[in-house]
Design a protein around this ligand. Structure first.
Ligand SMILES: NC(=O)c1ccc[n+]([C@@H]2O[C@H](COP(=O)([O-])OP(=O)(O)OC[C@H]3O[C@@H](n4cnc5c(N)ncnc54)[C@H](O)[C@@H]3O)[C@@H](O)[C@H]2O)c1
Length: 253
């Protein structure tokens, strides 16, 4: 059977582990050449070692997406090496710690930092890579969250704004034939989710699902492969949930 991403270039942010690693594995299995980035150098080295052992082709780049210069430096380097970019997955995000706080306690500087990584960086990076994306009639996938539906925390607000950003990006980038969609995961079993959510919260969120199954990073990566493929060529400007039916009630108490 033909692999769907043979001779295609796929860039993934937040690739040091968790969902980013799952995206990398799924696209590598479909024949893609991978460009992997993260701010976490040690995690990226581990990812590269694991993927190379599995036979994947990848390059790695340490990039802090909160720093605009670093985004441009990375994009320039990538564009000099690849004429076209088929897929950009904006998976990196701040999901735990400060961003999980409610509204009352955050300063303006903290808000701006969180928004810059979760909401603005996906646009800046896609814009910086627009020429190679346009040449390949590429696809951008933003990783949002079900938390956008009830933004009772800074995290939810940044992801709700990312949904709006996705609509805007799809509208503007569509002129170049670039499709832009977002995936909104529910509770997915990644090391970061396991380590950072209290067991009680984890169980409460899971108990709200319509399906009593555990979500995994592979569920999200499989959806990403479909949305980035030609099978989804008529889909753009959508926020697609993958959350076992949690969309409307996932984070409610
Ligand atoms: N796991 C879940 O249940 C879940 C649910 C909904 C949405 N999400 C979203 O999925 C994505 C991946 O989540 P995950 O569970 O794999 O968590 P994760 O923390 O393992 O992944 C996020 C990655 O982003 C990187 N990152 C953070 N700040 C960065 C910066 N300034 N520059 C570059 N990289 C940076 C981190 O180093 C990390 O590798 C995130 O956007 C998260 O908000 C996760």
């Amino acid at each position: 059977m033909t692999k769907r991403f043979e001779n295609k270039v796929v860039a993934i942010t937040g690739a040091a582990g968790g969902m980013g690693l799952a995206f990398a594995r799924h696209f590598a299995a479909e024949g893609a050449a991978l460009i992997l980035t993260d701010v976490d150098k040690a995690g990226l080295v581990e990812t590269e070692a694991a993927l190379t052992k599995e036979g994947a082709r990848c390059s790695t780049h340490v990039v802090d997406l909160a720093v605009e210069n670093e985004i441009h430096k990375f994009a320039t380097e990538v564009a000099s090496q690849h004429e076209g970019m088929d897929v950009l997955i904006n998976n990196a995000g701040l999901a735990y710690g400060q961003v999980a706080f409610s509204f009352e306690s955050l300063t303006q500087a903290q808000w701006l930092k969180l928004l810059s990584v979760n909401t603005v960086a996906p646009l800046l990076l896609a814009q910086a890579l627009r020429a190679p994306l346009a040449r390949a009639k590429g696809v951008v996938l933003n990783v949002s969250s079900m938390a956008a539906n009830l933004p009772g925390t800074a995290y939810g607000v940044t992801k709700a704004a990312l949904n709006a950003m996705t609509y805007g990006m799809a509208s503007v980038f569509g002129a170049d034939g670039i499709r832009v969609n977002a995936i909104a995961p529910g509770l997915m079993e990644t090391p970061a989710a396991r380590d950072n959510l209290p067991a009680e919260t984890y169980q409460r969120i899971q108990s709200q699902q319509m399906l009593k199954v555990h979500g995994t990073a592979d569920d999200i990566a499989a959806l990403g492969v479909f949305l980035a493929s030609d099978e989804a060529r008529f889909i753009t400007c959508e926020i697609i949930s993958c959350d076992a039916g949690s969309r409307l009630r996932g984070w409610r108490g």
